[in-house]
Design a protein around this ligand. Sequence first.
Ligand code: SF4
Length: 462
Amino acid sequence: MTASFDARALATLPSRGELAQHDAAVWDLRRRRDAAAARVPDWEALRERAAALKAFSLDHLEELLVLFEERARAAGAHVHWATDATSLCRIVSELLAARGARRVVKSKSMLTEECGLNRHLEARGIEVVDTDLGERIVQLAGERPSHLIVPAIHKTRREIGALFHRTLGTPKGEDDPERLTRFARADLRRRFLAADAGITGANFAVAESGSIVLVTNEGNADLGTSLPPLHVACLGIEKVVPALADLPVFLRLLARSATGQPISAYTSVLTGPRRGGELHLVLVDAGRGALLADPAHRSALACIRCGACLNTCPVYRRAGGHAYGTVIPGPIGSVLGPAFANGEAGELPHASTLCGSCSAVCPVKIDLHGQLLAWRGERRAARAKGARRPSPRERALVACAAFVLSRPALLAPARAAARLAWPLLARRGPKSPAAAWLSERELPPLPRESFRAQWRRRRGRA
Ligand code: SF4
């Protein structure tokens, strides 16, 4: 990862117009989530239940994975274990090579993004086509997804129109979303029919039945798993849940938290291969085992990738997903980044206001802002590449503040000094002592009376 969070944010959402559009589009998802949650009377009980189920699954992960493997094999699937990104890529490329597969259709899978599977396969001459519309857009643009649920949310329709004109041959100037979708769908249909293999992720893996569960709104995963003869599903080991009866809890929360829909358009439970086909399940560790052994951060593994914490985060909404520099952006990305991104995401826990909105909307009740705070205090995050280190001036300021705030007798003179210095601080321009802060903010005018003075006066009146 190069450049800082700020530099990446400025480079990816450059104009104020795009920033406002991004902010509004993401906030709209948050609004829909709120409306959908309000229509479910037992919403909070549902969140509690989901959190408890995930905690149970993580506590019993080893036995659930053994059971999942046994049942999946009994249902006719092949099960592979990948310790890291390299072994995932090797397993998948060997499976494809052994069957002479050259054309692959892929459904959205953040794990394969995380492991660089597309790059690995393309370097071996295998054509990989992402089939989720948003993923296809970012693939054609040579970019990364910027959101968990809406990968191309950072792009305007005009940009997508120009991209499709360049790459798919749509008419110049065409930017009608419906017509562009029709073009993309016709192109994808051809690729589905010609594919030798389908690669998917999985939203859940069910231990008792050895099934995997795929949730989409476009039906692309269903075509990718039922048309080609070979299906390879790559899933993180944390996806396993005990029983089929647990699924409704998560499915009720997932779609509502993601887009405000009562349920996603397509939910498929796949047990074993399709008739005449082959199913390979690749269970991937890639840092998850180590995170599981870390009591301070293991609950992040409960994430069901709904994107709600992104939609509510004031930093994500204004910075955009590419600012994070990791595959998973937003608050959950800032929590998983220092654990997964090979120690290169040390600055991400600082990309937060710690307002707690992310924890308040998380359907599985991950204490996201608490974890962000915990990461800030951890030596390994502070030492990691990309970690923001306080300047000597910042350290001196914090030491001064600690000195004054821990001595009540100094508060009144410090407040009087701050009043005198306020106009100087609020002065804009490159010579201002707070130039960097003021380039994006305004200092509010000071109230005529301090809080303590008001308190004394009102108590005096009472
Ligand atoms: S951390 Fe919670 S809110 Fe964020 S994506 Fe995961 S499940 Fe959704």
